[in-house]
Design a protein around this ligand. Sequence first.
Ligand code: TRP
Ligand code: SF4
Length: 355
Amino acid sequence: MLNPWETTDIKDYNKLIEEFGITPMKPTKELMDNRYFRRGIIFGHRDFFKFWNADKRSILTGIMPSGPMHLGHKMVVDQCVYYQNKGIKTRIAIADVEAITTRRIPEEKAREYAVEEYLLNWVALGLDLDKADVYAQTNRSVPYYRLASLLSGRTTMAEMQAIYGELTPGKVTSIFIQASDILHPQLDEYDGLEHVLVPVGVDQDPHIRFVRDLAEKIHFIKPSSTYHRFMTGLEGGKMSSSVPNSYLALNDDLPTALKKASNVLTGGRNTAEEQRRLGGDISKCVVYELYAYHFIEDDDELKKIYEDCTSGKMLCGECKQILKKKVEEFMTDLKNKREANREKVEQFAKEKLFK
Ligand code: TRP
Ligand code: SF4
């Protein structure tokens, strides 16, 4: 069972595909300008191509403001920016209701996280606030809340428990609010029937299945979804918001970020001699994963690292220096962009998001 409220450690994506009826992603040529598609990081979908080929379409995702934004969250934002740059209407829900009701985060704290951790970084990562529809769940419209309320009459407790397991009142509320996130774009008060894509991590699939069933019941177009792989924790194991050393937070200060980069798990062998002979064990290497997911866009550059590693030409010490340089550039640039946009973002939050 996938639990959308706990960090999952997934070893076998093929099994997931079989068990939950996710379609393996076979990206077309057009999508190859995106590294998540090109590198198989987005490994599965539901009805993606119905969305992709539709005339009327939009994307929507939601992020819970319950702690630091890290590289795992960045994956969703990068995808949103990609679609937005293609001219596709982009909506982002700040899931503060979910943070408040399922994580017991105080409302004020959720708002602070929403701006300091999320919005500022989204904009720094390239999201165009003027063109996107960014909203907070606590502050959407009457039709959105009406939809959330009415959807609760379209299911049973047994159906919900089969999908989610144990429920609390807070989870039930946030499930219907989230269903409304995904379905409300199709209300007449918004854009009417259209294909909505929801790019998420695969832990969110229970939500997607639930919402697709609801969509059918109210004669809306079933939302499409894509699923990306989880990142491994920096020191191996799972990347988890409750273990600061397992992730690089976008707001980490530079010394912290560089220290984390130094400690990233490599695929290094026991001795330099052995590594020269056998090459690095790159399939276990989190440094390489960081390059592939985030820090190296150019395929030739990535291929060179792959070859130098597996041939034993380059050792992990040298490779980590490259990583640290990439991390430093990325973090410095991001920080500059956050500060350059701070005034604008804070004004947006005050006047539009939490008005
Ligand atoms: N449940 C998601 C999370 O835990 C956040 C979320 C809220 C969401 N509404 C959404 C995700 C709509 C996708 C679509 O992060
Ligand atoms: Fe990983 Fe680089 Fe070491 Fe290869 S050389 S195992 S890619 S850190």
